[in-house]
Design a protein around this ligand. Structure first.
Ligand code: B1M
Length: 209
C-alpha cells in the first residue's frame, strides 16, 4: 500500500501517531504536500464523513479522526505556509455562528498566509457582528466565512446584511466556502465570491485585493 493511502487509512482509524509519522516520512520522500493533503488527509476525512452519515461510526470516532487530521496538518503546515512575501492585504476569517467545525477554515487560513496575506482568525462560532466589527477595526479588505452545517449557514447572509446596513459592502468583500456552500448559494446571499477549497479561496482573494 502506498504512503498516501496509509495516511488516509491511519486517519480513518484515528491513529494520530501513525498519521504524524507517515506524513513526515512522505515529506522526507519529497511527496508533494498538496497530494498528501488532498489524497491522504482530506480523502480519509471524506470517508469518515460518509461513514458518520450512514451511522456506521459515531462522534467519538469523528473526533479521533479530526485529532489525527491535525497531527498530519501540523507536519505539512510549514510547507503550505512557506512564502516570505510581504503582506498583500488583510483577511478576517472564521467559522460562522453555531458551527464548531474548524479544520477547513484553518486550512484556508494556512493557504492565505502562505500566499502572503495577513490573516486574522476569529476561530469558530463567530457572530455576524464580530466579523464586521473586527474587519472594520483591523481595516481588512476581505471577510472569509466558513460553514459546514446546513442548519446554520444562513448566518453568512446575516453577516452580509450587516455589512450592507453599515454601508460597507463596497469596501469589505465577503467570500464564503465550506462543504454545504455552493456558487449559487453565494450568489443568493450576495457574497462577492465562493471558494471551493483553500487554493480557490487564495485565487479569489488575490483577484479582490
Ligand atoms: Co461534523 N458534520 N458535526 N463534526 N463533521 C459534518 C459537517 C457532516 C456533513 C457529517 C455527515 O453527516 N456526513 C454533518 C453536517 C450535516 C449537515 O449539516 N447537513 C455534521 C454534523 C451533523 C455534526 C454535528 C451536528 C453532530 C452531532 O453533534 N450530532 C456536530 C455539530 C457541532 C457544531 O458545529 N455545532 C458535529 C461535530 C463534529 C466534530 C466536532 C466531531 C468534528 C469537527 C472537529 C473540528 O472541526 N475541529 C466533525 C467533523 C470532523 C466532521 C466531518 C466528518 C469532516 C469535516 C472536515 O473537517 N473535513 C464532516 C463530514 C464531511 O465534511 N465530509 C462533518 C475536512 C476539511 C478539510 O474539509 O471543512 O469541507 P472542509 O473544508 C474544505 C472546503 O469545504 C473548503 O476548503 C477546505 C479545504 O479543501 N472551505 C472553504 C472550507 N471553508 C472555506 C472557506 C472559504 C473557502 C473554502 O472561504 C472563506
Amino acid at each position: 500500500m502506498d504512503l498516501v493511502t496509509r495516511i488516509s487509512e491511519s486517519l480513518q482509524r484515528g491513529d494520530n501517531d501513525a498519521v504524524s509519522l507517515l506524513t513526515a516520512e512522505a515529506l522526507d520522500k519529497q511527496l508533494d504536500p498538496q497530494v498528501i493533503l488532498d489524497d491522504g488527509l482530506i480523502a480519509g476525512m471524506d470517508v469518515i464523513g460518509e461513514r458518520f452519515r450512514i451511522h456506521e461510526i459515531f462522534l467519538p470516532e469523528v473526533l479521533l479522526a479530526a485529532r489525527a487530521m491535525y497531527a498530519g496538518l501540523d507536519r505539512i503546515e510549514p510547507l503550505l505556509a512557506a512564502s516570505g512575501a510581504a503582506s498583500r492585504g488583510k483577511v478576517v476569517i472564521g467559522t460562522i455562528q453555531g458551527d464548531l467545525h474548524d479544520i477547513g477554515k484553518n486550512l484556508v487560513g494556512i493557504m492565505l498566509r502562505g500566499a502572503g496575506f495577513e490573516v486574522i482568525d476569529l476561530g469558530n462560532d463567530v457572530s455576524p457582528e464580530a466579523f464586521v466589527t473586527t474587519a472594520l477595526e483591523e481595516e481588512a479588505q476581505v471577510i472569509g466565512m466558513s460553514a459546514l452545517l446546513t442548519t446554520t449557514m444562513s448566518s453568512m447572509g446575516q453577516t452580509i446584511e450587516r455589512l450592507e446596513q453599515e454601508g460597507l459592502r463596497g469596501e469589505i468583500h465577503s467570500i464564503v466556502g465550506g462543504a454545504p456552500v455552493s456558487e449559487d448559494f453565494a450568489n443568493q446571499i450576495g457574497a462577492v465570491g465562493y471558494g471551493f477549497d483553500g487554493l480557490s479561496a487564495v485565487e479569489l482573494v488575490k483577484r479582490l485585493v
